[in-house]
Design a protein around this ligand. Structure first.
Ligand SMILES: [Zn+2]
Length: 224
């Protein structure tokens, strides 16, 4: 490493540390300082997501036809919502662990066969803001626990999704992983792209279902 690059590296680290010091870390559940998710709140989150709900057919109208099965671990409220917002908006990537584990546990109990996990990629704008792809992180944690491969074959396009390296999913049964389902439109678009590229079947699981727009279907459709 050149002296100049080394110096830039050091200055960058100091700047990051100063930034962290000015923003005290607090628990996503109880706002206790010093941790992103304290032991009590981690247990509460895991308990809530384990209670879960299996819901194919009860989403705003009905799940997208392209999906063989649709599951979520819990409702988008309370500590589940706060943990998801810290993870997908607040840059707290460590929260991927309890959320990804909840997905794996729920899928292990309710899922039909799947031999590949495919994460829904986050928009590039959000990845730049956060410094990571929260969808990919969730997928990796879940796949590791389910002992399944997790090829990142989806790419967002203005019209929906492209499938990169279709050979990796041809003839495979896929479970899509995402953070929240509202109408299922995003999951449906991804499933359609994967089926068109040769996947045998596509199901999906998310951490939570947001049904706060359920009585305003037009708004829900707009939210995707
Ligand atoms: Zn707490």
């Amino acid at each position: 490493m050149s002296i100049l690059v080394g110096l830039r590296y050091t200055v960058g680290s100091i700047a990051n540390r100063a930034f962290e010091l000015t923003l005290p870390v607090t628990c996503a559940g109880c706002y206790r300082p010093g941790t992103t998710l304290c032991g009590d709140c981690r247990s509460a989150l895991e308990e809530r997501l384990a209670a879960g709900s299996s819901g194919a057919g009860t989403i705003v109208s009905k799940p997208p036809a392209a999906l063989h099965q649709l599951e979520w671990c819990g409702r988008f409220e309370g500590i589940t919502r706060r943990a998801l917002e810290r993870f997908t908006l607040g840059g707290e990537r460590g929260i991927s662990e309890p959320l990804g584990r909840a997905i794996a546990n729920h899928w292990a109990n309710t899922g039909t066969d799947a031999d590949v996990v495919v994460p829904i990629p986050t928009t590039s704008v959000r990845v730049r803001q956060l410094g990571y792809d929260h969808g990919v992180l969730l997928g990796r944690v879940a796949a590791r626990r389910l002992d399944l491969p997790v090829p990142q074959v989806l790419r967002r396009t203005p019209a929906g999704f492209d499938v990169l390296e279709p050979a990796r999913i041809v003839g495979r049964s896929i479970v899509l992983v995402d953070d929240v389902v509202v109408t299922g439109a995003t999951l449906g678009a991804a499933a359609s792209a994967l089926l068109a590229a040769g996947a045998r079947a596509v199901s999906a699981i998310t951490v939570a279902r947001d049904d706060s727009h359920a009585r305003q279907p037009m708004l829900a459709l707009a939210a995707g």
